[in-house]
Design a protein. Structure first.
Ligand SMILES: [Zn+2]
Length: 199
C-alpha cells in the first residue's frame, strides 16, 4: 500500500469520515508545509502515549488521579455518571456542576454484546460504598433508549446502598447526545434533575 493509500485508509476509520472525506483530508495535508503535518502527527502521538484513564473516575488525562478528582474545591459527595469521558467536557462547559464524575465507558447494549460487566459499574458501586461519603449520584447517561436502560440498571445497583440517585431532566432531545448539547441545555437538565421513579 502506498503512503497516500495508507493514510487515507487510517483516516477513513475515524467516526463520521468516509472514504471520500478521508481522501480529501489526505490531499489537504499533502499541500501543507511539512512542519505543520509533523506537528499534527506529534500531537496524535502525544495523546496516544501520555493520556490515560483516571483510575478513580475514568476521565482521560495525563495525570492519574485526574485534576477533577484531586481538586479539593470540588464536592466529592456528588458524583455525576456519564457514558464517555468526552461527556465530562460538555458538562464542565456549562459551569454549573462542582461535584466529581464517573465514566462508565459506554452504555448497556445487549445487541452489541455490551453487558454490565463491560462497563465501570462495579467500580462506581465501590466508590459509593455504603453511601456515607457520597450523598448523591446523578445519572447523566444520554437521552437514548440505551442510555435510559443503563440509568435504570445503575440505579438498581446503587439504591440498596442508601445513596440518593437522580436522573438529569430529559429536556435534552430524545436520542440526542449530551456531548453535543449546549451549555444552557445541560445546565437546565442538571438543575431539573429528579429522583428516579420505579421502572
Ligand atoms: Zn478522575
Amino acid at each position: 500500500m502506498s503512503a497516500i493509500e495508507e493514510l487515507t485508509t487510517e483516516l477513513a476509520k475515524l467516526p463520521g469520515i468516509g472514504r471520500k472525506t478521508a481522501t480529501r483530508l489526505t490531499y489537504h495535508l499533502l499541500k501543507q508545509p511539512a512542519e505543520a503535518v509533523t506537528r499534527l502527527a506529534r500531537s496524535i502521538e502525544a495523546v496516544a502515549e501520555r493520556v490515560r484513564p483516571c483510575t478513580t473516575c475514568g476521565n482521560l488525562d495525563e495525570a492519574d488521579p485526574c485534576p477533577i478528582c484531586t481538586d479539593g474545591r470540588r464536592d466529592g459527595s456528588v458524583i455525576c455518571v456519564v457514558e464517555e469521558a468526552s461527556d465530562i467536557g460538555a458538562i464542565e462547559r456549562c459551569g454549573e456542576f462542582r461535584g466529581r464524575y464517573h465514566v462508565l465507558g459506554g452504555r448497556l447494549s445487549p445487541l452489541d454484546g455490551v453487558g454490565p460487566e463491560d462497563l465501570r459499574i462495579a467500580a462506581l458501586a465501590a466508590r459509593v460504598g455504603d453511601g456515607t461519603a457520597v450523598r448523591e449520584v446523578i445519572l447523566a447517561t444520554n437521552p437514548s433508549m440505551e442510555g435510559e436502560v443503563t440509568a435504570t440498571y445503575v440505579r438498581g445497583v446503587l439504591e440498596p446502598r442508601g445513596v440518593r440517585v437522580t436522573r438529569i431532566a430529559l429536556g435534552l432531545p430524545m436520542g440526542g447526545e449530551l456531548e453535543y448539547a449546549d451549555g444552557v441545555t445541560i445546565a437546565r437538565a442538571l438543575a431539573a434533575r429528579r429522583e428516579m421513579g420505579e421502572g
